[in-house]
Design a protein around this ligand. Structure first.
Ligand SMILES: NC(=O)C1=CN([C@@H]2O[C@H](COP(=O)(O)OP(=O)(O)OC[C@H]3O[C@@H](n4cnc5c(N)ncnc54)[C@H](OP(=O)(O)O)[C@@H]3O)[C@@H](O)[C@H]2O)C=CC1
Ligand SMILES: CC(=O)[C@@H](O)[C@H](O)COP(=O)(O)O
Ligand SMILES: [Mn+2]
Length: 379
């Protein structure tokens, strides 16, 4: 029986992780669940999965629901609460599915305790890729990707040698506004932006898909997970999201991973790796799909992807700042405080004033993250 904890259990990835656990109930024990503010759902999850420890975003909420927990269930809150669920249980695998760089301390704490990471929270790796990968390597900790593209690459690289890899290509759906011109983007609404063509996901990542920031974060995530130089990572527009990503090798062979868009598949693979277990995910019929389509990425149309490559190549604190500015800008867009196109302007303006620090220590990363958020909130 595998013991697991989930950070962000009430979100899109968190609930789908519990769907996978539910499908293989005898095989998993849930040790810890961390939620933000959705205490109703967390309490239902506690009833069903009986974790030993839970956490919520604030002390007020923890005090409010404490008496509704079964005897013996411990409750924590805030940043320390997330760290406790990540590192203070008997879980051997921790699924990191909170949104944003707030996931960094708990991910590092789990690594410190030698726990395998089921990594959904890409912002963690973007913000502090060199620290997370170095600490994981030092502890012999596996970072198992949950992000669909990275799970695809992970599967394509199974048994391959690093020196044989020529290029990896991440596919991009194009997001909610794939076929819009820049002019058409001027008046788009939050409601429109939240309609992803292929995936049902949390609000923040859905907006990131539409701005192409998501693919930019994924390029950086791939760089750190697979130690591939940025010039050997490509992005290809693929509206159907059926080819989840592919690798080209030096003998000209290409290996791709395909499937209908269903996050339960990469989540389950991270939970059961190196085994593959049965899944009710709908089977892909290529005959039914008929045609698959591909387009070169237009960096004029999607300037955030260009910016992400620039920040990734620059390294240091630039990716931290790119990510933090985006998190704030997206939150402001979701509150209808700014327009869709203002998101990319804010990222660019925050980066413009940033003095890059190479090889930053954790404190420098945290300070850059804080300053970028402060500025992005004011612009
Ligand atoms: N959704 C998807 O299909 C994919 C997601 N990812 C990545 O996975 C991560 C999660 O995304 P997604 O599941 O879509 O996001 P959601 O917004 O659906 O879920 C976020 C989770 O984080 C919790 N949370 C929010 N604030 C806090 C807090 N202060 N303390 C503790 N927990 C908190 C939320 O709790 P609550 O709701 O209770 O407030 C919720 O459980 C992101 O990094 C995303 O980029 C990657 C690939 C695909
Ligand atoms: C499901 C998943 O992994 C998302 O990150 C997905 O990639 C979003 O799709 P696009 O960013 O390609 O629109
Ligand atoms: Mn993805």
């Amino acid at each position: 029986m595998k013991k697991i904890s989930i950070l962000g259990s009430t979100g899109s990835i968190g609930t789908q992780t519990l769907d996978v656990v539910r499908m293989h109930r005898e095989e998993f024990q849930v040790e810890g669940l961390a939620a933000g503010s959705n205490s109703d759902l967390l309490l239902q999850q506690v009833k069903e999965f009986a974790p030993r420890k839970v956490s919520v975003a604030s002390k007020e909420l923890a005090d409010k629901i404490r008496h509704e927990l079964p005897a013996g269930t411990e409750i924590y809150y805030g940043r320390e609460g997330l760290v406790e669920i990540a590192a203070g249980t008997d879980a051997e695998l921790v699924v990191t599915a909170v949104v944003g760089s707030m996931g960094l301390p708990s991910t590092l704490a789990a690594i410190e305790e030698g726990k395998t990471i089921g990594l959904a929270n890409k912002e963690t790796l973007v913000t502090a890729g060199h620290l997370v990968t170095a600490r994981a390597a030092a502890k012999g900790v596996k970072l198992l990707p949950i992000d669909s593209e990275h799970s695809a690459i992970f599967q394509c690289l199974n048994g391959e040698r690093q020196e044989d890899i020529e290029r990896i290509t991440l596919t991009a759906s194009g997001g909610s506004f794939r076929d819009y011109t820049r002019e058409q983007l001027v008046h788009v609404t939050v409601e429109d932006a939240l309609k992803h063509p292929n995936w049902s996901m949390g609000a923040k990542i859905t907006i990131d898909s539409a701005t192409m920031v998501n693919k930019g974060l994924e390029v950086m995530e791939a760089h750190w997970l697979y130690q591939i130089p940025y010039d050997n990572i490509s992005v290809l527009l693929h509206p159907e999201s059926i080819i989840h990503s592919f690798v080209e090798f030096r003998d000209s062979s290409i290996i791709a991973q395909l499937g209908n868009p269903d996050m339960r598949v990469p989540i389950q693979y991270a939970l059961t790796y190196p085994e593959r277990w049965s899944s009710p995910a709908p089977r892909l019929s290529l005959a039914e799909a008929g045609k698959l389509h591909f387009r070169e990425m237009d960096l004029e149309r999607f300037p955030c992807l260009r910016l992400a490559y620039e920040c990734g190549k620059m390294g240091g604190t630039a990716p931290t700042v790119f990510n933090a500015a985006n998190e704030i800008a997206v939150a402001r867009f979701l509150r209808s405080e700014i327009s869709f196109l203002r998101i990319e302007e804010i990222i660019e303006e925050v980066l413009h004033g940033h003095d890059n620090t190479p090889e930053p220590a954790l404190e420098t990363i945290e300070e850059s993250d804080r300053l970028a958020r402060e500025l992005a909130s004011r612009l």
